[in-house]
Design a protein. Structure first.
Length: 291
């Protein structure tokens, strides 16, 4: 690709934010991007974005991902634990991923994928992108502190990536010519009544929003699913409504003139790539005939 100017490891990348059940809005946004004919070369996700991203990178269509979660309830993904480090074990989520992911290793996915988590001991953001820890890495990325026990990987505890990097655009920014970011974690209003769930959710929301500010500026196209603030983090009963909000705002954003310019550049890139591949294949066949 250096033949066409500045070389990038990837042409187009997707960055998907955390947001709990609001992550179903990612599925609506991905449907729109599919309809635009876009094909990402890499995808990075935090928490809910990691969950949507890994299935997308595994070759699932957004509608197929939604079907996997339909008729599921929160309790199916968790197991009560003695409250030492968290109220729940994430054994259900671990089993769900292990059962439904076709790939067992990062390298078996159909595109490069980064799962963002937080190293609990070192208090820093980490990305997982290779090896056999695919399922564990996604579970770690989704392990909201206090709610879930930390996920141990090679003896080290990891928790939700949204703690420090809820919108992981910067993880792939330098690797990509263009980055489309989907942010589903917008500021929620103060709860009318305080309880443990609403206090925890607003605390995490304030914290995660504060670390998305710079990453928003790194997007070439920023899609924000406004209107899902009224849904809570563990709402698995309004998946279709949340997904529809993501679809609506993605469609609006992608219809903008500046967004469509990038779409056209992506299509030109795909066409050039096909032409180069055809030439390479033609040369390869000629060389075989000459042997």
């Amino acid at each position: 690709m250096a033949l066409f100017g500045k070389s990038n490891e990837h042409f187009l990348g997707y960055a998907l934010s955390g947001g709990g059940a609001k992550g179903f809005a990612h599925l609506g946004a991905l449907k729109v991007l599919d309809k635009c004919g876009l094909k990402p070369d890499v995808i990075v996700g935090t928490s809910a974005g990691s969950l949507a991203g890994v299935f997308y990178a595994d070759g699932y269509h957004p509608e197929e991902i939604g079907d996997l979660f339909k008729k599921k309830e929160f309790r199916e993904f968790v197991e009560l634990s003695i409250p030492r480090a968290g109220l729940f074990k994430s054994t259900g989520l671990h089993g769900f991923l292990k059962k439904n992911l076709r790939a067992k290793r990062f390298e078996e996915l159909k595109m490069p994928f980064y799962a963002v988590a937080t190293d609990w001991d070192r208090a820093c953001t980490v990305t997982f992108s290779n090896g056999d820890d695919l399922v564990d890495a996604v579970v770690a990325s989704c392990s909201v502190p206090v709610i879930f026990n930390p996920q141990y990987i090679h003896g080290k505890p990891y928790v939700d990536g949204g703690l420090l990097k809820n919108f992981p655009v910067s993880v792939i920014r330098k690797k990509c010519k263009y980055v489309i970011g989907v942010n589903v974690s917008l500021m929620i209003p103060p709860p009318e009544k305080n309880n443990i769930r609403t206090m925890m959710e607003r605390t995490f929301n304030l914290m995660s929003n504060s670390n998305t500010i710079f990453d928003k500026t790194y997007c070439d196209i920023l899609i924000e699913a406004k209107g899902i603030e009224k849904y809570h983090m563990f709402d698995l009963n309004n998946m279709d409504a949340i997904s529809e909000i993501g679809f609506h705002h993605a469609a609006m954003k992608m219809s903008e003139k500046e967004s469509w310019k990038i779409v056209e550049k992506c299509h030109k890139h795909y066409e050039r790539t096909k032409q180069i591949q055809k030439k390479i294949e033609s040369i390869r066949k000629k060389n075989l005939l000459l042997k």
